[in-house]
Design a protein around this ligand. Structure first.
Ligand code: ATP
Ligand code: MG
Length: 285
């Protein structure tokens, strides 16, 4: 039987191309009487999407001159400085013993997601080790409460779906010395502060159990997409890091925040990339 006059939808290659150009399948008719009608429709949609991406690219390069990821990084840092958080910048390469101290031991699933540089060093999958070390050293000279944060790349071997990147940007903020009874409220204040800075009004806190951090409150968007995970101390990991005060901490993925704000199912548009510039596809020739 010929497929020429059989009802059909876009091919996988066509759908991939339209997704790359930022098209939502829900916005486009995608059942067709036959292949000819489908291919004509694909060409029209692709043509319009290329024009839109070219326009967005021109605006970004000539006017904004800064990708959304960089803008968000800057505005979050400024907001955190003004809220009394000291910014720290720690190495991207950490040691195997720091992973062990985070309880990311050989038996844990996260250990299998680690990128190793050599037998004792890896790319950090999280920011907590650096924050733990620097903050504890600061505590020798400063009184509590002490507020610190870092923004930087984290690396995890992921299957790279629409919400996961192998290299992503985390902001992790910690308040050391939070009174025990205020910890939940403080976490919600921090969630409200970050989502306000991003421009994301529709979020909620959701209880979560993490293999590394134990009980915490996640921040999720209106579709249930996880934006952040949090934790609090006293915590079983604290002793290994020489910490003996109470604390709350929360880590957001910046690309996830942008993905959620822009209502797109393609996180790659907001990632470090040679395929996109500020969300616009560069494959538009
Ligand atoms: P998920 O369950 O979505 O894989 P997670 O619980 O493993 O995330 P956490 O360790 O809680 O991730 O990291 C804190 C935040 O960092 C997440 O809430 C998310 O916003 C972001 N994040 C984690 N992994 C990735 C990734 N691979 N790509 C993009 N963002 C990520
Ligand atoms: Mg989490």
């Amino acid at each position: 039987m010929s497929t020429e006059h059989t009802p059909c939808s876009f091919t996988d290659t066509q759908m991939h191309r339209l997704a790359e150009l930022g098209q939502h399948m829900s916005d486009i008719p995608h059942t067709f009487a036959d292949e000819h009608e489908r291919n004509c429709s694909f060409q029209n949609v692709e043509h319009a999407a290329i024009a839109q991406n070219r326009e967005n690219l021109r605006t970004s390069v000539c006017t904004t001159r800064e990708p959304a990821l960089c803008r968000l990084q800057r505005s979050l840092a400024a907001r955190l400085h003004s809220e009394g958080f000291a910014e720290v910048v720690t190495p991207t390469i950490i040691t195997a013993s720091q992973l062990d101290k985070m309880s990311v031991t050989k038996d844990k699933p996260l250990r299998k997601q680690v990128f190793w540089v050599d037998s004792t060093h890896c790319l950090r999958p999280m920011l907590a080790p650096g924050l733990y070390v620097v903050s504890r050293k600061m505590m020798g000279s400063l009184s509590l409460p002490l507020r610190t944060f870092e923004i930087g790349s984290c690396f995890r071997k992921e299957s790279e779906g629409s919400t996961h990147l192998q290299e992503f940007t985390m902001v992790d903020l910690v308040e050391w010395g939070t009174p025990v009874e205020e910890r939940d409220d403080r976490l919600r204040e921090f969630m409200a502060m970050i989502t306000d800075e991003v421009g994301l009004p529709d979020w909620r806190g959701a209880d979560d159990e993490s293999v590394v951090y134990g009980h915490g409150i996640d921040t999720v968007d209106e579709k249930g997409l996880e934006l952040a995970s949090s934790s609090m101390g006293p915590h079983p990991l604290d002793a290994a890091w020489g910490i003996d005060c109470t604390w709350v901490g929360i880590g957001f993925g910046l690309e996830r925040l942008l993905q959620s704000r822009e209502h797109t199912d393609n996180i790659h548009r907001f990632a470090r990339s040679t395929t996109y510039y500020d969300g616009a596809s560069l494959n538009i020739k």
